[in-house]
Ligand binder design. Structure first.
Ligand code: ATP
Length: 245
């Protein structure tokens, strides 16, 4: 499979000591790579560094072979790299439709309408609520809107930061089902940061384990769908105190 994203020896520091270092990983075209780890392990920092939202103190990021290490966020969005932050950050007083338009503001009208129809076709839960203010949506529907808004930009690489955060189990399942649909329909690649291990292995191909800002190892996600293998990987990579969500 062709490689879409390659990270080589990435480090990010917010202060004197690095938050993450020595991060190297590869995301194939149309692949889904997950980063699993406890709070503070450095997962969001890796995503933000890829998206150009935090400065890198070392390493390189290559997108389809092109060095984008120093490329700013705006140009990365145009190159197809779109970040969906933890906490969704939709605009509550704007309607569902208006939030979607924000994600495709740079598009011509016809493309924007076509993308909007594609997004609402995937997220059928919010399709009938297009004119409702976003604050009226449930947490899971707001998460779908946040992902939908990112899809409006026509990404090649979606960087998803904890889409399950704060959602009830049923809604988590719905969001992850839609992620599987997006992957099948649009063929984009995804880097997924999660703490919900069981849901993650349903949609990912490869899982990288992070602890203390370092990558400890990676496993095939299909293997980890076996609960015993997941428990063994968690104990090996994340420590005895960790457990599958
Ligand atoms: N803006 C910041 N300024 C200073 N330190 C930060 C900043 N953002 C993150 N950190 C620190 O960097 C480390 C990694 O944080 P990061 O948010 O990447 O972890 P995470 O694995 O995504 O955690 P969580 O699951 O809690 O979101 C932590 O020690 C955190 O306190």
């Amino acid at each position: 499979m062709t490689e879409l994203l390659r990270i080589e020896d990435l480090a990010v520091s917010y202060g004197p000591s690095p938050a993450v270092s020595g991060i190297s990983l590869s995301v194939p075209d149309r692949g889904t790579v997950a980063l699993l780890g406890a709070n503070g392990a450095g997962k969001s920092t890796v995503l933000k560094a890829i998206a150009g939202l935090v400065p890198k103190s070392a390493g390189r990021v290559l997108l389809a072979g092109e060095d984008v290490t120093a490329t700013d966020t705006r140009h990365l969005v145009h190159a197809g790299v779109v970040y969906v932050p933890e906490g969704r950050e939709i605009v509550p007083n704007l309607s569902v439709d208006e939030n979607l338009v924000l994600g495709g503001f740079h598009l011509d009208g016809a493309t924007r309408r076509q993308r909007r129809d594609m997004v609402l076709g995937i997220f059928t839960e919010i399709a009938s609520r297009a004119l409702s203010p976003a604050w009226r949506l449930s947490g899971g529907e707001q998460q779908m809107l946040a992902i939908g808004r990112a899809l409006m930009a026509g990404p090649r690489l979606l960087l998803l930061d904890e889409p399950s955060l704060g959602l009830a189990p049923l809604l988590v399942r719905r969001v992850f089902d839609r992620l599987a649909a997006i992957r099948a329909e649009t063929g984009l690649a995804i880097v997924l940061v999660e703490q919900n291990f069981r849901m993650t292995v349903r949609v990912a191909d490869t899982v990288h384990f992070l602890r203390g800002g370092r990558l400890l190892g990676k496993r095939d996600a299909v293997e980890l769908r076996n609960p015993a293998a997941m428990d063994e990987a968690i104990a090996a990579y994340l420590g005895a105190g960790a457990s599958a969500a």
